[in-house]
Design a protein around this ligand. Structure first.
Ligand code: BT5
Length: 323
């Protein structure tokens, strides 16, 4: 059933500029005309807008705005990312499921996506607010063969650059706050969580978790973060199609990831710096105590480069930027 539906969507997609007749669909899928008709009704219920014209056939006019496995597959322009995709309406955390799949040998690029997360995870056991159908909450299994475990945290910065580029294409002025946050102004739009499984000097897999607040209104956020979070809709004052946004993010991340694997961190570093939050400004950091620091860049290995009030340079590998 599911396989037939995927094939049907693929056929409609290949013929999106014309029409494909019921007879042709029936021949290609090896099912009856009435079965085609039933599938079409199911697609319409799932939010597809399908035009049916007598003597010409069927054509997809619009995709669903809510997430679904089919709607994500349709038109995904990646070579490997998301080709294995698991969508769940509600999960505890996509990270947990992705870890289970990775332990079970899931391939590089496998994506776990959720409509909502009931126990979304931030770093250091913090929580991630993941309201139903309001954002993109997904985790990707990565198996970078040539990357040393000590450089795995660079993947967070690669993902941040990819997200910043996608947002810029949507005319959203984002800044990256080291190491893993995307901000619009003083409010957090998106967070990235990178978890690694490694043995000695070999990475087994990385689970890259990305959360983006998309169609939230202000009141949709948990009280605890309502004054520090924002969404694309709050900024742009319009609803964004989650399926389309995922496809843009997937394509851009794949591109940046390939570049990183082929060319190393250097090209990512300068792009990251061009998006950096409060670059050249004094701010407070928490790294073995709290102190004032001026943000001057990131190091070749991804560490945050700051100078203290005595003019001395520090490389911070584990720190929080406060205000
Ligand atoms: C992060 O942690 O920013 C990483 C978030 C990663 C979420 C993705 S969603 C898919 C995958 N599955 C998961 O379970 N997680 C990943 P951190 O830097 O520790 O920030 C967490 C802090 O951000 C919290 O303590 C809150 O203050 C704030 N916060 C929580 N939810 C938020 C939201 N939706 N928008 C903005 N800020 C939020």
């Amino acid at each position: 059933m599911e396989g037939t539906r995927h094939k049907l969507i693929d056929l409609l997609f290949q013929n999106q500029d014309s029409y494909i007749s019921g007879q042709e669909l029936s021949d290609q899928l090896n099912i009856s005309r009435s079965a085609i008709w039933k599938h079409m009704n199911e697609l319409k219920k799932a939010g597809y807008e399908i035009e049916a014209v007598t003597n010409r056939g069927y054509r997809i006019v619009n995709l669903p705005t809510v997430l679904s496995e089919d709607a994500i597959r349709w038109g995904l322009e990646t070579d490997w990312l998301g080709h294995h995709l698991h969508y769940y309406p509600s999960v505890t955390s996509t990270q947990n499921i992705a870890h289970d799949l990775a332990r079970d040998k899931a391939s590089h690029g496998t994506v776990v996506m959720a409509g909502e997360q009931t126990k979304g995870k931030g770093r250091m056991k913090r929580y991630w607010d993941s309201k139903q159908n309001a954002g993109l909450w997904f985790s990707t299994v990565l198996r970078p063969k040539s990357l040393e475990p000590k450089n795995a945290t660079q993947i967070t910065l690669v993902a941040a650059v990819a997200l910043a580029k996608v947002m810029s294409n949507y005319s959203i002025p984002v800044r990256i706050k080291w190491p893993n946050d995307l901000f619009i102004g003083e409010r957090k739009l998106s967070g990235i969580l990178t978890e690694m499984q490694a043995e000695q000097d070999q990475i087994d897999y990385i689970i890259l978790g990305i959360g983006i607040n998309v169609n939230h209104d202000k009141n949709d956020f948990d009280q605890s973060i309502v004054n520090q979070a924002t969404s694309l809709k709050i900024y742009a004052e319009e609803q964004i199609n989650l399926n389309d946004l995922f496809k843009s993010v997937a394509k851009e991340f794949e591109l940046q990831y390939e570049r990183f694997i082929e060319q190393g961190f250097k090209p990512i570093k300068s792009e990251w710096e061009s998006y950096a939050y409060k670059m050249g400004e004094w701010l407070k950091v928490r790294a073995q105590g709290e102190w004032n620091a001026k943000l001057v860049g990131i190091h070749e290995d991804g560490a945050l480069k700051v100078i203290d009030e005595n003019g001395q340079e520090h490389l911070l590998y584990s720190a929080e930027i406060l205000w």
